[in-house]
Design a protein around this ligand. Sequence first.
Ligand SMILES: Cc1ncc(COP(=O)(O)O)c(C=O)c1O
Length: 398
Amino acid sequence: MSERSSRDRCLHADTRLVHEGTLRSEFGETSEALFLTQGHVYASAEECEARFKGESPGFLYARFSNPTVAMFEQRIASFEGAEAARATATGMAAVTAALMGLLQAGDHIVAARALFGSCRYVVAELLPRFGVASTLVDGTNLDAWREAVRPETKVFFLESPANPTLEVIEIAAVAQIAREVGAKLVVDNVFSSPLWQKPLELGADCVVYSATKHIDGQGRCLGGIILGSEAFIQTHIHTLLRQTGPSMSPFNAWVLLKSLETLPLRVERQTRTAAIVADALAEHSKIGRLIYPGRADHPQADIIARQMKGGSTLIALEIEGGKAGAFRFLNALDLIRISNNLGDAKSLITHPATTTHQRFTPEERAEMRVSEGLVRLSVGLEHPGDLIEDLVQALERV
Ligand SMILES: Cc1ncc(COP(=O)(O)O)c(C=O)c1O
């Protein structure tokens, strides 16, 4: 095995997404190999003992590590600017492991209330079952973070932009408060994608992704990733993952590894198209409100300019007529498909109030600003003209 790292660290990020982490076997394959193996054999009992003690390098068992998974981990860590990464079976496995790895009974977590439904479940329902108290705050209000802090607060958690409202939180400012109070900041960076925002550079301790979204980008496999410093991963994440087993399958790692090669091409194009679509629809009479991180009328445009290098592949649209109006709009779409996923080459549209945020009470949805008329559009790789035509004809039937 060779070429674990690129020869030097000066390569541009796009180049590293093509080469970093490659473990080339004795066969000299061009494309990274898929090591579809549960385990490994050892030349001797002594070698096996040394491997288990960590005294000899190498792989042991796919619940702990696998060469294809390791290639994916190293490549995404290099792009993110993280010292270490651990892959998981899904994005939710990454979120859950990152939080559980940091917290124990008696601790307290403060989280932004605008969260993906499953993230909010973990924070507000699952962790309290294990003795971890949680407080949800308006993440855009820095005073609210400060006021929620207790002596036992150990973790801050946020998504920015948030799913599905695209609300943006000033990561550097929240990281500063976390540092002051001795808490770790975990950022779910899914909605920005690894391309447009680097939470570790902004002061976060840990970044999590659903690799299912832009990283795959072609609707094939689930995956998650946890990134941070070597010390952070070793102290808080490594043993939890190894012993509890939410590992990424080598097959999924292989698909996601190959996807990384085209991530910038896809996300740059999808973002450019999303900006064109957002501008074309912003003044439409059937749209009460359009939120796009990249437009000057986004409520946190100043923060976006400071902390994001690009906009988003997602647009939030408030359709006139509440749920009935939103459903008429979705059902009239022809090219854009109704689906709860995002980040895909195919443009997809979701009605969060009846899907991703369906399990919450109307009051909780109102608190998260998930209204009955809100739809979330994930812009794909189609031509912007075809998308606009489809959206406009559907709006005419609302
Ligand atoms: C912001 C955010 N975090 C986490 C997840 C969970 O990812 P997965 O579906 O891969 O478990 C999602 C999925 O939609 C998401 O939107």
